[in-house]
Design a protein around this ligand. Sequence first.
Ligand code: TRP
Length: 442
Amino acid sequence: MSRIRVLTGITTTGTPHLGNYVGAIRPAVAASLDPNVDAFFFLADYHALIKCDEPARIQRSRMQIAATWLAAGLDPDRVHFYRQSDIPEIPELTWLLTCVTAKGMMNRAHAYKASTDANEVAGEDPDAGITLGLFSYPVLMAADILMFNAHKVPVGRDQVQHIEMARDIGARFNHLFGAGRAFFTLPEAVIEQSVATLPGLDGRKMSKSYDNTIPLFDGGHRGLKDAVARVVTDSRLPGEPKDPESNALALILDAFASTDEAASFRAELRAGLGWGEAKQRLVERLERDIAPMRERYEAFMAAPQQLEDVLQAGAARARRIAAPLLGELREAVGLRRFVAAAVPADATVASRAALPMFKQYRENDGQFYFKLVDAAGDLLLQSKGFASPKEAGQAVAALKLLRGAELASKLVTLAPDADPQHVADALCELSAAAERPSGGTG
Ligand code: TRP
């Protein structure tokens, strides 16, 4: 059984608010705990450059968003958590994809069309102020997704068209260069239907563009309290019965409270609870969830080196998947070496200690076995017995070439206890190492 790859990007422009937490961060962290899910969450900081030319804001937002996700419980050892800009294979893939993407399709992208429409309404040149970055934004996004062969991409409704474009671009590349083999998995958008959008201060959807947000961590407890104080209510006095649905308070509470808590909050409002008192209760309930996370958030913000280390490690793991695939893609489009690289026999000796390894041996039962251990020496795969060393060697060679579903089904017969994902990661690492140009003189 191979795990479902779920991937999503977070554009690093703003500061996370309560709506981001309830609508995106919390469900994503919960989904990442599913043992059948192999999650990829990344900071889309190349995308942020399209919308923002203030370096200090970009930098601040990347740190805040990284710290927020970790504080919210994301386990970086369990998922792939990285910055897009730490994966040089992504912009390289973007170019390969750009070369097979129809310009006409990009002309129809909603985000681009909205900008040209606005220009036309304003009586300007349709392309006034529009960068090529904005125009080709969906190609970069396709590279983010296709690079890791994601199956499912959780996104907001506004992004669905981009996922369709990624499918289109991936299919076209497969068709042109795959020679019958699919380099890319065609991704599907997942729109979380059950997650109702959180209302903001004025009752409309909580969104930076409406300026009606409640900050998640920024500004501390005080910031949260001050924002809740600004939730718009009517002028009914304490003691007067109130309609709990006349403003956002009860709906915000719903996103955190149990059904019982939510029902008694509504009952008390109907019985005359003052708005001031109600806001205080809401803050207290929010704080129960948020205060412990805020503490972790602040600890991360005070330890940028720790954040940096986590993200670098995440990028290194992600690149073990990206680099071998990009190598194959370069090969497929014709960007090949003129002569086969001469790999000196001892080229990998220096780095051997840090790589996964196949070991072959003979057991007392007279049969021949092999095993695969990771860089740390932990067992990833134990083969069944073979009659001869040659057969064991051939099985190793065949295994090295398998990936994905083929690998998983092979392992079922060969080594049913092995985790296909771990084995696949190790094989990628081995083939990436074999492809690296050697530093020695050979
Ligand atoms: N464009 C997405 C947004 O604004 C962010 C994003 C970038 C993304 N690359 C992605 C989302 C890849 C999903 C998959 O929300």
